[in-house]
Ligand binder design. Structure first.
Ligand code: CP
Length: 308
């Protein structure tokens, strides 16, 4: 059986192109499974997985839990806000206590960049990073590329623009790594204050003009403004941000071609994207969510095969 080159999924940075193709081929199989009337396989009946979330989540948390249950794994869920973390327990103590209950794999979302990497060095379990601060969100990038592949046939050679708050976005960084590994061309577009200074060193071009970015691309991946990670103002007002970097039906209809619209969610309707775009036939936002389950099944299945 083909295996991944890694024992944990800590970031796309640690994968190679073969890993991504293996995850996609495995996800193809699981996507077929979850569209059957019986959506479950017995593959991981002997595996126990803990989902530990130190930050709020809708899509990622539910998608991982569903993926684990579709693979017949035993699942326990931990939410920091209702736990003994509130009493001062450390991350390592928390996870080691969970692991002593014979847990094999940990899916973790944490506000601190590098939290998953830190944990992988201190505990004996396979770790999946479900988003660490503004660092990486590897399964989101995998499901995003998988959705582009499904819609456009391939990722290689496609032109993708990532628009908005790139500075605070783990989705942006993981997407850049994943898209570049697969041979896509990538640009970023947004206010100068929300574009990291190092971004060009990743082989990405900056296009400050939204219309030019949209005319260039095959796919536009829209990002939410992450107010919760901002301690200062990065642009004058939300209204001005929307005027310069928000997409709406009028601007899309004025382009030479029909482009694909993506968004990792949660969306802020009327800020970075209007409802008539988010809900249009050009948007694949809900397909991204659907594909998240198959991608997460594939990642869990492939990492679990190294535990057994
Ligand atoms: N895309 C994403 O990570 O959404 P959640 O924060 O709801 O998990």
């Amino acid at each position: 059986m083909a295996t991944l080159s890694v024992k944990h999924l800590l970031g796309i940075k640690y994968l190679d192109e073969k890993d991504i193709q293996l995850i996609f081929e495995t996800a193809d199989h699981f996507k077929e499974v979850i569209n059957r009337s019986i959506k479950k396989v017995p593959s991981l009946r002997d595996i126990t997985i803990a989902n530990i979330f130190f930050e709020s989540s809708t899509r990622t948390k539910l998608s991982f839990e569903l993926a684990e249950k579709r693979l017949s794994a035993d699942v326990i869920n931990f939410s920091a806000s209702q736990s003994s973390v509130k009493k001062g327990e450390t991350l390592i103590d928390t996870v080691n206590n969970i692991l002593s209950m014979k847990v094999d794999m940990v899916v973790m979302r944490h506000p601190n960049p590098g939290a998953g990497i830190f944990l992988s060095k201190h505990v004996k379990a396979s770790i999946i990073n479900a988003g660490d601060g503004a660092h990486e969100h590897p399964t989101q990038a995998l499901l995003d590329s998988y959705s582009i592949r499904e819609k456009l046939g391939d990722v290689s050679g496609k032109k993708v623009v990532i628009i908005g708050d790139v500075l605070h976005s783990r989705v942006a960084l993981s997407n850049i790594f994943a898209l570049k590994l697969q041979g896509a061309q990538v640009k970023v577009c947004g206010p100068k204050t929300l574009i990291p200074k190092y971004i060009e060193s990743l082989g990405v071009e900056i296009e400050p003009n939204l219309r030019k970015a949209l005319n260039w691309c095959d796919v536009a991946n829209m990002l939410r403004i992450q107010n919760e990670r901002m301690e200062i103002s990065y642009f004058p007002t939300t209204r001005e941000y929307t005027q310069q970097y928000g997409i709406n039906k009028t601007i899309l209809e004025s382009l030479d071609k029909e482009i694909v619209i993506m968004h990792p969610g949660p969306i802020n309707r009327g800020v970075e994207i209007t409802s008539d775009v988010a809900d249009s036939s050009q948007s694949i936002i809900l397909h991204q969510v659907e594909n998240g389950v198959a991608i997460r099944m594939a990642v869990i299945y492939l990492l679990a095969s190294q535990i057994k």
